[in-house]
Design a protein around this ligand. Structure first.
Ligand code: AMP
Length: 280
C-alpha cells in the first residue's frame, strides 16, 4: 500500500496506473476508520483495479471549532487497517496542501441544504462540496463510494456531480451498525462507557418510528412520539428528527411509496453529536 501526502506525488502515481488502462475507485474519509469505512473499501475493490482512500479531516466543513479539535486523528492505525483490507493507495494531505489559500468559492445547494445537517451546521455542505470536488479533480476516479449514513451528503454530492459534469459513478453504500444497532461512526469513540449503551436509543427510536409510519401513523404523530422517547433519555438532546422524501429531503406528512421515505435524526449524547437515518 502506498501512502502519499502531496497532490503531485499522488497524481504521478495514479497517472502511471491510468496509462495501463486500470480503473480507479475512490473512498473519501476523515479517518478514525471503522468497519463501515472498510465496507466502502471492499465495495471499491470489487469493482476497480485500484482503490484509493483519502484521509483528511476537512477543516472547512466544521462549523464548530470544538468538534474539529475533538475529531479523532489516528493515521497510523487507519493505515494498519487499510493495508489488510486491500486498499492500494492512501492520500493523507495536510490542510496546507489542500488549502494553500483559503477557498473563496461558495457552493449553495438550495433546498437540499436548507434542512437538517445544512440547517444545523451552516456552511457544512459548502465545505463538503469544495473538498469533494477538489479530491475528485486530484484522484480522477472512475467510481466513488459514499455511505448512506450521511444521506444528505450523498444527495448533495450527487447534485454537485450533475451540476459540474463529473464523469464518475457514485455508489451509495449501506450503513454498518454495531450489534445493538448503533450506526458505526468515528465519533462513537468519543462516547464515555456510560454513554455508549444509551446511544442505542437512536436506533430504537428510528425502529419504532418506522413501524408507526408503516402502520399508517402520520409524520406529525411519529415526530411527537420521538420527542417523548428522547425526553425520557435526559442524557440526550435531540437536535432534529425529520420524516422526509428520500430524494428531495423535504418534509412529508406520511409514508412515501416504497424506498422513498427517510427518517433522519441528529442528537447530542453528552458532547458527541450523532446522526443516523432509515430509508424504506
Ligand atoms: P467520514 O470519515 O465520517 O467522513 O466517512 C467517510 C465515508 O464513510 C462517508 O461516505 C460515510 O458516509 C461513510 N460511513 C461512515 N459511517 C459509516 C457506516 N457506519 N457504514 C457505512 N459507511 C459509513
Amino acid at each position: 500500500m502506498h501512502i502519499f501526502h502531496t497532490i503531485s506525488d499522488l497524481r504521478a502515481h495514479l497517472r502511471a496506473h491510468r496509462m495501463l488502462g486500470q480503473s480507479i475507485g475512490f473512498v473519501p474519509t476523515m479517518g478514525a476508520l471503522h468497519e463501515g469505512h472498510l465496507s466502502l473499501i471492499a465495495a471499491s475493490k470489487a469493482q476497480n483495479d485500484l482503490t484509493v482512500c483519502s484521509i483528511f479531516v476537512n477543516p472547512i466543513q466544521f462549523n464548530n471549532p470544538d468538534d474539529l479539535a475533538r475529531y479523532p486523528r489516528t493515521l497510523d492505525v487507519d493505515c494498519a487497517m487499510l493495508a489488510p483490507a486491500g486498499c492500494d493507495v492512501v492520500f493523507a494531505p495536510s490542510a496546507e496542501e489542500m488549502y494553500p489559500e483559503k477557498a473563496l468559492l461558495k457552493f449553495d445547494f438550495g433546498d437540499l441544504e436548507r434542512v437538517m445537517e445544512g440547517q444545523f451546521r451552516p456552511g457544512h455542505f459548502n465545505g463538503v462540496g469544495i473538498v469533494v470536488a477538489k479530491l475528485f479533480n486530484i484522484v480522477q476516479p472512475d467510481r466513488t463510494y459514499f455511505g448512506q449514513k450521511d444521506l444528505q451528503q450523498v444527495a448533495v454530492v450527487r447534485r454537485m456531480m450533475i451540476d459540474l459534469g463529473f464523469q464518475i459513478e457514485l455508489h451509495p453504500c449501506p450503513t454498518l451498525r454495531e450489534a445493538d444497532g448503533l450506526a458505526m461512526s468515528s465519533r462513537n469513540r468519543n462516547l464515555t462507557a456510560e454513554e455508549r449503551p444509551i446511544a442505542a436509543h437512536i436506533f430504537k427510536g428510528l425502529t419504532a418510528a418506522k413501524t408507526a409510519l408503516l402502520t399508517g401513523e402520520t409524520a406529525e404523530m411519529v415526530k411527537a412520539q420521538m420527542a417523548t422517547h428522547f425526553e425520557q433519555q435526559p442524557a440526550f438532546r435531540l437536535e432534529y428528527f425529520e420524516v422526509v422524501n428520500a430524494h428531495t429531503l423535504q418534509s412529508v406528512d406520511k409514508k412515501q411509496p416504497d424506498g422513498q421515505t427517510a427518517l433522519c435524526i441528529a442528537a447530542f449524547l453528552g458532547k458527541v453529536r450523532l446522526i443516523d437515518n432509515f430509508v424504506f
